[in-house]
Design a protein around this ligand. Structure first.
Ligand code: GSH
Length: 317
């Protein structure tokens, strides 16, 4: 995939990705500024000022795509998607099929935007990215924060200002759920898939299925992860669940059970999929293309499996 070292692109970054124990460890995101509704803020919430770079394949970017849709911010925050496949240049706008051209800098690859914004940047060129078109700066590249920015700071422009995905009275509960869902499910599937030791793989898969079992049980008495209302906790879980049976089960060897084997979880995914605006955020073509054609160590033939049948997740466009 490659990464930036002091502003220069290194296309083979194996030495930086491998961890001696065989464990996959996700690096921290580097850009952590905030957009605020305050008139005096450096990054003030304004319609048309910010751009979101996403990949339709990426579960972290999917969180941002979902919150943008649910808050009705499509005409307020512009968005473009990178091509689903990645190669030695990482995420690209032009190299592979299926991406949008970069509407802001006309860059060919996402890493060019990172090094342009910070000329000595060392780290990965990840999606999602929230960019300020006025200053040309990256405001934030951490999905868990980008979704809070969109939930809180753009209410003056949102047709749904009362939709609050992180309400005060549920914060402790949401934070607590997010913590174990992130560690064992969102990042857990990657810890399983990218483990290079049997022990670390088994650790990740065991924790993953304990958490899925736990959610199956939770859903016996409640409709959503934190009770009877939709919160950001559900929108952080959904991107992993919708990719599970078609990618993670097989590609990341998370194959103890499918989501389809859990009656309540399966129903929960379908209910979330059918919420207004959600179905059209799911792009199985990009999802399959990305994982099966980009991770050549896991799938050297780059053949995309035909199954499973995803007819249940079609939507009227
Ligand atoms: N913590 C980040 C993680 C983002 C992330 O890892 N995105 C992946 C795509 S699924 C990426 O762009 N990876 C490129 C790389 O690691 O070089 C977030 O939640 O926003």
């Amino acid at each position: 995939m490659g990464m930036l070292i002091n502003g220069s692109w290194l296309s083979n970054d194996d030495a930086y990705r491998q961890h001696a124990s065989g464990e996959f460890v996700r690096p921290q995101s580097a850009f952590r500024e905030w957009v605020s509704p305050e008139a005096s803020a450096k990054y003030r919430a304004q319609a048309g000022r910010y751009h979101l770079y996403v990949s339709n394949a990426c579960p972290w970017a999917h969180r941002a795509i979902l919150v943008r849709a649910i808050k009705g911010l499509e005409s307020v925050i512009s968005m473009s998607t990178v091509a689903p496949e990645t190669g030695g240049n990482g995420w690209s706008f032009v190299e592979f099929q299926g991406g949008d051209p970069d509407p802001v800098f006309q860059a060919a690859h996402l890493h060019e935007i990172y090094s342009r914004v910070r000329s000595d940047y060392t780290g990965r060129a990840t999606v999602p990215v929230l960019l300020d078109k006025h200053t040309g700066e990256i405001v934030n590249n951490e999905s868990s924060e980008i979704i809070r920015i969109m939930n809180d700071s753009f209410n003056a422009f949102s047709p749904y200002p009362d939709t609050n995905l992180y309400p005060e009275h549920l914060r402790t509960r949401i934070d607590e759920v997010n913590e174990w869902v992130y560690a064992t499910i969102n990042n857990g599937v990657y810890r399983a898939g990218f483990a290079t030791s049997q022990e670390k793989y088994e650790e990740a898969v065991s924790a993953l299925f304990l958490s899925l079992d736990r959610i199956e049980q939770l859903l016996e008495t409640q409709d959503f992860l934190c009770g009877h209302a939709l919160t950001e906790a559900d929108l952080r879980l959904f991107p992993t669940l919708i990719r599970f049976d078609c990618v993670y089960y097989f590609h990341f060897k998370c194959n103890i059970r499918r989501i389809a084997d859990y009656p309540r979880l399966a129903d929960y995914v379908k209910r979330l999929f059918e919420l207004p605006g959600v179905g059209r955020t799911v792009n199985f073509k990009h999802i399959r293309n990305h994982y099966f054609r980009s991770h050549t160590k896991l799938n050297p033939s780059r053949i995309i499996p035909m199954g499973p049948d995803l007819a249940a997740f079609s939507y009227a466009s």
